[in-house]
Design a protein around this ligand. Structure first.
Ligand code: UDX
Length: 429
């Protein structure tokens, strides 16, 4: 099928490329000429495992192209996906100005029936607004359908999540676009759930807020584990074996960050408020997440006492493993908190060092993870990169001034760390 993605950011580029890989003919539109040029010349604006190969392959096969022209994208395709940013406003609500602008542009470019699909994360009832806008600004009065098709891609696993989704959610106002949407996703072989538009929009915020709630629940349990002598990993393992609960998203640590969970949670609280409901359960999720950072910093200062003139080695800057993204990264927040206390930092991340330099200029960047600990008073694990599990621990113990490790992601085994001669502090164990 002929598909256009408007917005070639993280979601748009992954989705467009994967659609091409499934055999569709795809146009990716972006209003940033530098980004479009970079992609046309074979460069990549983001790091996402497996994506570059797919972009190359599909561009070469003629199934994927990039342009700055919305009109071209609309003219070439039957289905137009909106994948522009919906950033938070200062009060936590969602800035829908990019969505509104794109809706107007699509309306002005439409000369025949189109299916306009919203992929961006938007508040419930946005589909109605998009439909109204397209109707109002349509240059020629042609028929169209608005569809909600939220994305559930995890950074670092986006290609895999796209190709093998647990489900595809499609919200519609009439049966007309259903068959086309089913055909678009047919090669994935995943269940396609058809709902009304409002429900589809709500599913996204409800799902992300629930996952954030799971993490905060595990973090609150970790506090109880520390106070009682239980072990959070054994507790979550035992809980997670119950299929009604599931083990995933129960990892205690520094809390959640990134460009989705904090934003979607704030948005959902605001949306609920506007609908007349005070969603206090979700406010508590936010509070536990913030407190988790305070507790970890306190763990460090309780052990090292004064941080002034102390040197700390930090492993991890990205907001999670497998990404170079440092937006709302708990690791970066931790670094700022430690710098404020007067510590100096030696930092390393397998992918995020370049991006981190702009938000964390006052740190020494170390290319080799095994060299980070040199001359430090303690080593701190801030991101759950699996490669950190292969750290040369013998060497770390030798080069640390005092053999102290604060593990904010529970990567190491406490008994093994003790055997190696470390003072080892993790979360909830
Ligand atoms: C998330 C959702 O998973 C995805 O469906 C949605 O579309 C976008 O938001 P993403 O932000 O890429 O994806 O990251 P995710 O892997 O969900 O992790 C979010 C944060 O939670 C990270 O900071 C991670 O470190 C933290 N986390 C995750 C935990 O602290 N504990 C866990 O058990 C899981």
């Amino acid at each position: 099928m002929k598909l256009t993605l408007i917005g070639t950011g993280y979601v748009g580029l992954v989705t467009g490329t994967c659609f091409a890989e499934l055999g569709h003919e795809v146009v990716c539109v972006d209003n940033d000429p530098a980004k479009v040029r970079l992609l046309q010349e074979g460069g990549m604006p983001i790091y996402e495992p497996g994506l570059e190969t797919l972009v190359r392959r599909n561009v070469a096969a003629g199934r994927l192209r990039f342009t700055t022209s919305t009109a071209e994208g609309v003219a070439r395709s039957d289905i137009i996906f909106i994948a522009v940013p919906t950033p938070p406003l200062p009060d936590g609500s969602v800035d829908l100005s990019f969505i509104e602008k794109v809706a107007r542009e699509i309306a002005q470019a439409m000369t025949s029936y189109k299916i306009v699909v919203d992929k961006s994360t938007v508040p419930v009832n946005t589909g109605d607004k998009v439909a109204e806008t397209i109707k109002r600004y349509g240059a020629t009065k042609v028929d169209f359908d608005v569809v909600s098709n939220p994305e559930f891609l995890r950074e670092g696993f986006a290609v895999e999540d796209f190709m093998k989704p647990d489900r595809v959610v499609v919200g519609v106002r009439s049966p007309r676009p259903v068959a086309a949407m089913q055909e678009v996703y047919a090669p994935c072989g995943a269940p396609v759930i058809i709902t009304d538009i409002n429900s589809a929009e709500l599913i996204k915020h409800a799902a992300n807020s629930f996952l954030a709630l799971k993490i905060s629940y595990a973090n609150a349990l970790a506090i109880i584990c520390e106070a009682s002598g239980a072990n959070i990993q054994e507790v979550t393992h035992g809980m997670g074996m119950d299929v009604r609960i599931g083990r995933r998203f129960l990892n205690a640590g520094l809390g959640f960050g990134g460009s989705c969970f904090p934003k979607d949670l704030s948005a959902f609280i605001k949306i609920s408020e506007q609908l007349g409901y005070d969603f206090r359960l979700l406010k508590e999720v936010q509070r536990i997440n913030a407190e988790q950072m305070d507790r970890f910093v306190k763990k460090i200062t309780d052990t090292l006492w004064v941080l002034k003139e102390k040197r700390l080695g930090i492993l991890g800057l990205a907001f999670k493993q497998n990404t170079d993204d440092v937006r709302m990264s708990p690791a970066i927040e931790l670094c700022h908190r430690l710098l404020k206390e007067g510590a100096t930092l030696r930092v390393h991340d397998p992918q995020a060092m370049e991006k981190a330099k702009t938000v964390l200029p006052d740190a020494t960047y170390i290319d080799d993870m095994n060299a980070v600990a040199e001359g430090c008073d303690a080593l701190v694990v801030a991101t759950e990169w699996p490669e950190f599990k292969h750290l040369d621990l013998e060497r770390a113990r030798r080069v640390l001034t005092t053999p102290i490790v604060f593990d904010g992601r529970n990567l190491f085994d406490p008994a093994e760390m003790e055997r190696l001669g470390f003072i080892y502090k993790s979360v909830g164990r």
